[in-house]
Design a protein around this ligand. Structure first.
Ligand code: HEM
Length: 457
């Protein structure tokens, strides 16, 4: 049996490489070692896999030969009761509890809200001024998750939660600051100005607000509501025990964080690519021009070119470039390699999406590839797969298309800078460096009734 290639680069150097230049590092290792190799990461040695066949084997056996242990990386931020930290039966139970508001058929209820939030946020921008696309998108996606999924509407406390959450996330958002998560020995409180001191202080302030929100909702519990916070407050285990405040806080943080950060990044990339390539822009605007002025959100969601643009956005620079770790439960054979029990494995979503055999000219943004052929769930997997497949996949797909269509139909914008925007680590994810600087040119004039919602381009 073959043994898995093991780079000779010193362990600390490998960790720094993946922290500071994740994509170049993965690409250069894959070039040298192929579809399967090991890397030394903060959890120890991890096997990095980038062949669809291997990923299929792992993700379809997620609960048998493989398991999905809780992720340690985000634990300081999200807590030990976050769905991402839980494993085994507790993880399965939690998924079942949280899933309903994220089901595809719930999306219909969120459509109009998403379009209205988008229009309102964009119309607050000043005409002829530059803005950072990622910030606008973050404002939109945060409102969507708070209102649609949590049923939390504007209040002074909510505005505080919003701005504190954004500040808290920024503490680990740059490649250098992300080292706080990747090197646990940096997690030392050396006073209020030290990085970890600041992290803990802000977390405490945010927690106070979240616990207040939980207490208020507990005291006014309405069993007819279907939002996530109500579901968590009503949930009972086999012994009839409800979720503790800490359990609810950790899940609230996880879904608020996971539910807006990733989608905001994906949307900033989408706006970038559409404006970077005039032919993509033209085609998309032509498609949007076929919509009636009062088009139903589901009609927008099903537009083929819009769908392909969003798919290609998540292919070329997937926001999550690695799956969360899996672990072998017993000795297994994977693609001719022997793996001992307890081996950690991560699928490289980025390397799979860059395979020439699947995606010719992989560095080019070409939505047409998604119209010309279909890809299996192991050839295209921006949301991972198996037992930890992204809980928010349906929401993210729906939201991306509606936000992008609404923005382009109602507002005219252009890129404020010509140079290409590069991907850069953002905490555990990947985002556009600088967040994509755009210029707001103004609202589009709407043509009278029954005409397309997009007027003159
Ligand atoms: C474009 C946007 C998004 C992308 C690219 C994305 C990607 C991912 C990926 C790759 C995973 C790990 C899957 C695996 O290892 O197999 C994941 C997990 C997860 N995502 Fe997302 N996500 C997005 C949006 C969202 C949204 C809107 C939510 C909603 C709250 C969300 C909540 C979660 C949760 C809770 C998990 C952990 C699931 C578990 O451990 O069982 N994500 N996501």
């Amino acid at each position: 049996m073959k043994s898995i290639p093991r780079p000779k680069t010193p362990a600390l150097f490998q960790r720094l490489q993946l922290l500071l230049a994740p994509l170049n590092t993965l690409e250069s290792y894959a070039k040298k070692y192929g579809d399967i190799f090991t890397m030394m990461l903060s959890v120890g040695e991890v096997v990095i896999v980038s062949s669809p066949q291997a990923l299929q084997e792992i993700l379809t056996k997620d609960n048998n030969e493989y398991e999905a242990p809780g992720s340690k990386l985000l634990r300081p931020m999200l807590g030990e009761y976050s769905i991402l930290s839980l494993e085994g039966d507790r993880h399965r139970r939690e998924r079942k509890l949280l899933m309903p508001p994220f089901h595809g058929d719930r999306m219909r209820n969120y459509g109009e809200l998403i379009c209205n939030i988008t229009k309102k946020a964009a119309s607050n921008l000043t005409v002829s001024q530059t803005f950072i696309a990622r910030k606008l998108m973050q404002e939109i996606t945060m409102q969507v998750i708070l209102q649609a999924v949590f049923g939390l509407y504007d209040s002074p406390r909510l505005s505080q939660i919003r701005s504190m959450l954004v500040d808290f996330i920024e503490l680990t958002a740059s490649p250098l600051r992300a080292s706080l998560l990747f090197f646990p020995w940096l997690q030392k409180d050396l006073g209020p100005w030290s990085p970890w001191g600041k992290f803990q202080h802000q977390q405490q302030k945010l927690n106070e607000l979240l616990y207040t929100e939980i207490a208020i909702r507990r005291s006014q519990l309405d069993p007819n509501r279907t939002d996530i916070l109500t579901l968590m407050l009503l949930a009972r285990d086999e012994e009839g025990q409800g979720m503790t405040d800490q359990e609810i806080r950790d899940e609230l943080m996880t879904l608020l964080f996971g539910g807006h950060e990733t989608t905001a990044t994906a949307l900033a990339w989408a706006v970038y690519w559409v404006h970077k390539q005039p032919e993509v822009y033209q085609k998309l605007m032509q498609e949007l021009a076929t919509l009636e002025a009062d088009a139903d959100p589901m009609t927008i969601f099903r537009l083929p070119y819009l769908t392909a643009v969003c798919q290609e956005t998540l292919r070329i620079y997937p926001v999550a470039f690695l799956t969360v770790p899996r672990r072998t439960k017993q000795p297994v054979e994977l693609q001719g390699y022997h793996l001992e029990a307890g081996t950690m494995i991560q699928g490289s979503i980025y390397l799979i999406h860059q395979r020439e055999d699947l995606y010719p000219e992989p560095k080019k943004f070409k939505p047409e590839r998604f119209l010309e052929r279909q890809f299996s769930p192991y050839q295209y997997l921006p949301f991972g797969g198996g037992s930890r497949r992204c809980l928010g996949m349906a929401l993210a797909n729906f939201e991306m298309r509606l936000v992008l269509a609404t923005l382009l139909s109602h507002f005219e914008m252009e890129l404020a800078e010509n140079q290409p925007v590069k991907p850069q680590r953002r905490g555990v994810t990947l985002g556009p460096a600088g967040g994509v600087k755009m210029l707001m040119k103004g609202e589009r004039k709407q043509v009278e009734k029954k005409s397309p919602s997009v007027a003159v381009v």
